[in-house]
Design a protein around this ligand. Structure first.
Ligand code: ZN
Length: 437
């Protein structure tokens, strides 16, 4: 692989960037949407040396600070977006699959196609995916991978050209541990045994964690070992949960098409008993659900599952466009929101989505969940994602102390009731440029 070419891909984002000088600067606009508080009409953001130092009505901020003023006119200034669940390593499979109606069939095809990716296709495909995310206003990712492609990718250039904050989740698939749980982390190819230290990565806010693929593909002892590692390193734990009916059928009854797949891979019979309960109840029984766990998908959850998620504080990352692509249904996001579950948004990979855009996920979510308030949807794509990834001290909202990197979205004359609706429905068409204060 030629990693020398990586930086040139990343250094030429398609979207325009406006940078502030390294001095105090006031960004004023018709609307400022901090997310952590109500939208501010005729608002302002004061920035200094890469940090936000104040947010409020332009009249107040202007009288408080003597500074350069950048007037963004009728635009909406809002936080950059968080893609809480992606798989950049699957980017070479863009447009490889058509929308599916068989989850297990898609998994089978995915494994086959992934094993045939040519070495020379990784860097251009991943670089293109990164450019796409930046163009779509994404500042942080929770990227999942079980090959060593992405860690090699971002450690090959330690010069700040990796553009995202967030987490790389090293995903484990391990249906049969054979009693060697403690060896799993040591055998990870790119950790080299230094599991107590963060990886040598370009951005201090990009962290490393372990995740489990799914309740059906990882043995219970390994699930607990992964969560224990994440807990002891103060890192979030991520897992695909209740994505398809096939998963429910397998865990609850020990039958269905996942059995055939397990047999094909030589993982059947299992050396442990299936839980005979829902995936959410199973994870709860293993002690895996808490505020630092991100349950990805949660399409096939019932009222009891939602109550468990709310009670434990576990977050849910919705991936509406991927769910649609795979024909697995739509998550009950309105019920999850009503129960007080913390929501985030993810694109999943280009093997089950045709674009990497959180704005597009927001628009899709509003279609499948028309009663979900636009402020809840926009929060899922910003502050909710930052919370899920443990980076809300840096990104996800516009507030004092946060990174001064945010978005300008072109808007017409929208009122206070429409501004969030406008972002959710039109944001993906109207993203203007990045602002780096
Ligand atoms: Zn996924």
């Amino acid at each position: 692989m030629n990693f020398e070419s990586v930086s040139s891909y990343i250094k030429s984002p398609n979207s325009q960037i406006t940078e502030s000088p390294n001095s105090l600067c006031l960004h004023i606009a018709r609307w400022v949407v901090p997310v952590s508080r109500h939208p501010i009409e005729n608002g302002a953001i004061a920035t200094f040396k890469g940090k936000i130092i104040d947010v409020g009505p332009a009249s107040e901020i202007r009288s408080s600070y003597s500074a350069d003023i950048k007037d963004h006119g009728d635009s909406i200034l809002c936080p950059a977006l968080i893609n809480t669940h992606s798989h950049l390593e699957l980017s070479p499979l863009k447009r490889h699959f058509s929308p599916s109606s068989s989850f297990v069939g898609w998994v089978r095809s995915l494994v086959e196609a992934r094993d045939q990716i040519r070495a020379e296709d990784w860097v251009p495909a991943i670089s293109s995916a990164i450019r796409e995310m930046r163009k779509n206003g994404i500042i942080a990712v929770g990227d999942v991978g079980n090959l060593d492609i992405i860690p090699l990718f971002f450690s090959s250039k330690n010069d700040g050209t990796w553009p995202f904050s967030g987490i790389f989740f090293h995903e484990l698939i391990c249906p049969a541990p054979n009693g060697a749980e403690e060896e799993i982390f040591l055998s990870a190819p790119f950790v080299n045994g230094k599991i107590n230290e963060p990886m040598d990565i370009p951005r201090p806010s990009f962290h490393y964690s372990f995740s489990a693929h799914a309740p059906y593909s990882v043995a219970p002892s390994v699930l607990k070992a992964i969560k224990a590692w994440d807990r002891s390193h103060n890192m979030p734990f991520s897992i695909h949960v209740a994505e398809s009916e096939d998963e429910i059928e397998f865990l609850q009854g020990g039958h269905g098409p996942l059995i055939e797949l397990m047999k094909e891979k030589g993982h059947w019979p299992l050396d442990y008993d299936l839980p005979k309960v829902s995936p959410v109840r199973y994870l709860e029984s293993l002690g895996l659900l808490d505020r630092h766990t991100v349950c990805v998908h949660c399409v096939q959850v019932d009222r009891d599952d939602i109550a468990i998620l709310a009670k434990t504080g576990a977050g849910v990352c919705l991936c509406p466009r991927s769910n649609m692509f795979l024909g697995v249904g739509a998550a009950p996001s309105e019920e999850l929101y009503a129960a007080g579950v913390s929501l985030a948004l993810g694109t999943d990979s280009l093997a089950s989505n045709d674009q990497l855009s959180i704005f597009a996920e927001m628009a899709s979510l509003s279609e499948v969940a028309p009663c979900l308030p636009p402020e809840a949807i926009f929060r899922a794509g910003t502050r909710g994602g930052a919370k899920a990834l443990g980076i809300s001290g840096e990104v996800g909202s516009l507030a004092e102390g946060k990174n001064a990197t945010f978005l300008s979205v072109e808007s017409g004359p929208v009122g206070v009731k429409e501004v969030l609706e406008f972002l959710v429905h039109e944001g993906y068409k109207k993203l203007g440029y990045w602002i780096i204060g």
